[in-house]
Ligand binder design. Structure first.
Ligand code: ADP
Ligand code: MG
Ligand code: MG
Length: 880
């Protein structure tokens, strides 16, 4: 078996795409050498050897050593030095390198091969005693701590002592004699701590370091990291052995780390730090202050590399360009300059912020380095979230109060308010508020809308608060168990702190953090890059993207983000407004049809205005309006006072109202009197809503001269008959109004598919439907037999134990719920080829679910306004 792959030295056996075998570092060192960049020669021992090592009780196969010896000989030949030679010693670094960069692995050991004899050879061959002894002490220090396990600070203490003794501040000011002195103390320390003298044989040193790298693969830190990041243990790590180059040989030497573009803004500037006369991790160790790369970025008193080492800097600029052209991405690189000669020691694609990621992708496409399609593929749709919401100013000071779930992204601050009504009142006066509730219910929605953000102490990522806040684009921290809310006292407390209603708090819905007081925020800018990307995405996607919206504000927001219609306008929230809820309650509690009609007559003008406002914003884009859906009890009065008021308004006795109230209560409202069942038992309700829709459509159509396109959606249909009957009612109203209105209205009638039976009988239901909208929230609940509101107590456990791959309310369950969607799509198209199919659950804004929708060939997805850009990008990626 080939366990060892050479790079740089005469023979170059690796490539970037061999990352699994050679680890990321080894593969890229070989790739860089392969394209002619100056890489010190070396070799990589494969990750397969690591696996073999553990399979055989931590022993090496017999054919490893000859391969290592041969590879070492190649390096010796390439650089003209010999490992362990007393005159011209070869020194090497030993570096770990897994497939993905992994904290917890062994730190790099530099200058390996030095001993009491070779250090003198190095001294003579370099003519620089200070450098030779500094290198030797560095080696003992690294090898001693990393391989032999002697505590790092014991070495540092020795240096501190000698600095005090010699009265110098910086390490670089110590002389060769001082370093020789340090070496003696180090060796004593190692002997004392390990009971053995420091290994003098370079060969022993090498195998000791190799063993330590492989051993570190199974150390507790690495194990924990792997578990947290789902990295399989059998991936293994590689070991890289590489000829040393020296950045610590004087003022014409340096070492540095940099990014080929600014990783926080994406700006196309060389970004990084370097240190003159330094080695390895000195730049990040914080012993000396690193200096900037380019003169343009140098502040007063700083010495840029451009000025200090102009020759090497120019070479590095060329390398930067070569690397970007070759890898076609922003790179994170490590380099060393030895006597003005540049050497590359590492490259990998650089980590970056969402904003930088966007800018880099766009600019690289504009520079012709990548195609538009690649630029589209490079941006994680969910990362756009960071760009669409306000964020906390990273420089702002903050006092953390507690931490909950990051339920809806964005940062928001305001005064603490405990009731939705008060939020609304304060918001009307222009105050910023945060609605704080133990949990929220549909009655809080108007307050959530008026608030800057929402904080709950109970509930999960799919709790009412989380779902509604995400839909509205309000920041929300949910399930913040560390906070106790006392409604009566109007206080919230966390630990030993107590805040009162009216005190200011700040939420970060992207992290789940809650802060006492004001923390400055930064507003998002939908910059040129953002709209450029959206334009490219729009030109390749097939799926249309609509928004779930019911208020004019939501619709306007959705339009701004590029929604091509409204895919779900729920009508129930419209009923909770204070001036309407009375009439709604009367409608529900009415003794007879006449009384119900009276209440409905009151509601009609409100509804008409609701719809007219939406139509005005959406113009000729389709608006899907779902007729009343929720269980009626959600509208019922709860308190004695509310019951009394209702009785007074209705002119009935309290007893009569209470009796009716009791009769309406259900033991399982989710599966009770709701959806089209309401429309069937109380046809007047749907008739009123249909009337409001058509009257508004005629009105707006005549205002604009362009036909409005309402799509009337009947909820919770389980059989064709339910749709047949309710559709007939809607059409009767349409005949009455549209035919007389004298203005064209392009209306259609369809249904939501949210019950398994509906999906399975989609061919029959399809006979009566112009469109289907998959209501995958309810479809997930009804398919799993799982209540979303109650799943918080066990679903996380299922996911943790691997019984479910993901939260099915976030990402569609393709096997079960997805199969029903597929069946319904096929069956309905068989009877009605052009039937319009869409999805309007939370899944409509989830990239993986959108990919599924593309595969099934749906016509559109609909999601909350703030997710529209995410959906546009995800739809484009799904189409590529
Ligand atoms: P990490 O994965 O923690 O970045 P590396 O293996 O990249 O560890 O090593 C850290 C640093 O050690 C490198 O950035 C480089 O400065 C230095 N280094 C590694 N190998 C060599 C070498 N052959 N010559 C000079 N310096 C080296
Ligand atoms: Mg490191
Ligand atoms: Mg590195």
């Amino acid at each position: 078996t080939q366990w060892v792959y050479n790079f740089g030295a005469g023979r170059n056996e690796g490539r970037a795409d061999m990352r699994n075998l050679l680890g990321g570092k080894g593969a890229n060192l070989a790739e860089m050498a392969g394209i002619g960049l100056p890489v010190p020669p070396g070799f990589t021992i494969t990750t397969e050897l690591c696996t073999e090592f553990y399979r055989n009780d931590r022993t090496y196969p017999a054919d490893l050593k000859p391969q290592v010896d041969a590879a070492l000989a190649l390096i010796e030949e390439a650089v003209g030095l010999r490992f362990g030679d007393g005159e011209k010693p070869l020194l090497v670094s030993v570096r770990s390198g897994a497939r993905v960069s992994m904290p917890g692995m062994m730190d790099t050991v530099l200058n390996l091969g030095l001993n009491d004899e070779t250090v003198q050879g190095l001294e003579r061959s370099s003519g620089d005693p200070r450098f030779a002894w500094d290198s030797y002490r560095r080696f003992i220090q690294m090898y001693g701590s990393v391989v032999l396990g002697v505590s790092h600070h014991r070495f540092e203490e020795i240096i501190e002592d000698i600095k005090t003794e010699m009265n110098v501040l910086e390490d670089t000011a110590l002389s060769a004699e001082s370093w020789a002195h340090v070496v003696e103390s180090y060796k004593d320390l190692v002997a004392r701590e390990t009971g053995k003298p420091f290994p003098q044989s370079p060969e022993d040193q090498l195998w000791g370091a190799i063993g330590a790298v492989f051993g570190s693969w199974m150390n507790p830190r690495a194990n924990t990291y792997r578990r947290l990041h789902d990295i399989p243990a059998d991936w293994g790590t590689a070991v890289n052995v590489q000829a040393m180059v020296f950045g610590n040989m004087g003022e014409d030497c340096a070492t540095g780390v940099c990014f080929t573009r600014d990783p926080s803004t994406g700006e196309n500037v060389f970004y990084g730090e370097y240190l003159v006369n330094a080695q390895g991790e000195d730049v990040v160790a914080g012993i000396r202050t690193p200096q900037p790369m380019s003169e343009a970025r140098a502040k007063e008193g700083e010495l840029s590399m451009e000025r200090a080492l102009p020759e090497a800097y120019r070479e590095l600029l060329t390398v930067r360009d070569t690397l970007e052209r070759h890898y076609r991405d922003m790179q994170d690189i490590e380099f060393t300059v030895q006597k003005n000669k540049l050497y590359m020691l590492q490259t990998r694609s650089g980590k970056r912020t969402a904003a930088a990621s966007l800018r880099i992708a766009i600019e690289m496409a504009q520079e012709g380095r990548i195609s538009h399609e690649e630029a589209i593929q490079r941006i994680q749709p969910s990362s756009l979230d960071q760009l669409l919401h306000p964020t906390l100013d990273p420089k702002a000071e903050r006092v953390i109060l507690a931490r909950g779930l990051p339920a809806s992204p964005g940062a928001a601050g305001g005064v603490i308010v405990f009731s939705a009504d008060e939020v609304e009142a304060r918001a009307a006066r222009g105050e910023d508020t945060i609605l704080v509730r133990i949990e929220t219910s549909p009655e809080d929605v108007h307050g959530m809308h008026a608030a800057r953000g929402v904080l709950t102490t109970r509930g999960g990522m799919t709790s009412h608060a989380a779902v509604v806040a995400r839909g509205m684009g309000r920041a929300c921290v949910a399930g913040c168990g560390g906070i106790r809310v006392d409604y009566a006292a109007q206080t919230l407390s966390a630990g030993n702190r107590t805040l009162k209603a009216g005190d200011w708090i700040t939420l970060d819905g992207s992290t789940g953090e809650v802060f006492a007081g004001k923390v400055a925020t930064i507003q998002p800018t939908l910059s040129g890059d953002f709209s450029t990307l959206m334009g490219w995405a729009d030109s390749v996607r097939r799926l249309k993207v609509r928004a779930n919206a019911e208020t004019p504000e939501d619709a306007a927001m959705a339009s701004k983000f590029g929604a091509e219609g409204i895919g779900l306008c729920r009508t129930e929230h419209m009923f909770f407004a204070p001036e309407r809820i009375g009439a709604v309650r009367q409608m529900i509690m009415a003794e007879n049809e006449a009384a119900r009609r009276r209440a409905l007559d009151t509601l009609l003008p409100f509804q008409r205005e609701d719809f007219a406002a939406l139509f005005r914003i959406m113009g000729d884009r389709p608006v899907t309006i779902r007729l009343l859906d929720p269980p009626l009890h959600e509208f019922l009065p709860h308190t004695e006072a509310e019951l009394e008021e209702l009785a007074r308004e209705m002119g009935e006795t309290l007893e009569a109202v209470k009796e009716r109230h009791a009769a309406l209560s259900e033991s399982n409202p989710m599966l009770g009197h709701r959806g089209c069942r309401l429309g069937i038992t109380f046809p007047e309700i749907y008739a009123m809503q249909a009337r409001a829709i058509f009257e508004a459509a005629v009105l707006v159509g005549s205002e604009t001269g362009r036909p409005v396109t309402p799509e009337i959606m009947i909820p919770l249909v389980g059989s064709e008959h339910e749709l047949r009957v309710t559709r007939a009612e809607v059409e009767a109203v349409a005949r009455d109004i549209v035919d007389k209105g004298g203005v064209a209205v392009d209306y259609t009638v369809g249904t939501m598919i949210e019950l398994p039976r509906a999906a399975l009988t989609a061919d029959r239901i399809g006979e009566h439907a112009d469109f289907f909208s998959f209501g995958t929230n309810d479809l997930t609940q009804t398919t799993f037999g799982l209540s979303r509101d109650d799943a918080g107590s066990f679903l996380p456990h299922y996911i943790e134990k691997g019984l479910l791959p993901r939260d099915p309310f976030v990402t569609i369950d393709r096997e079960g719920v997805g199969a029903l969607v597929r069946i319904a799509a096929e069956k309905s198209r068989a009877v009605r080829p052009g039937i319009k199919l869409g999805i309007c659950g939370e899944h409509g804004g989830d990239p993986s679910s959108i990919e599924f929708c593309e595969q099934v060939g749906l016509d559109y997805v609909s999601c909350s306004p703030f997710r529209v850009p995410i959906a546009r990008l995800a739809a484009a990626q799904a189409a590529l």
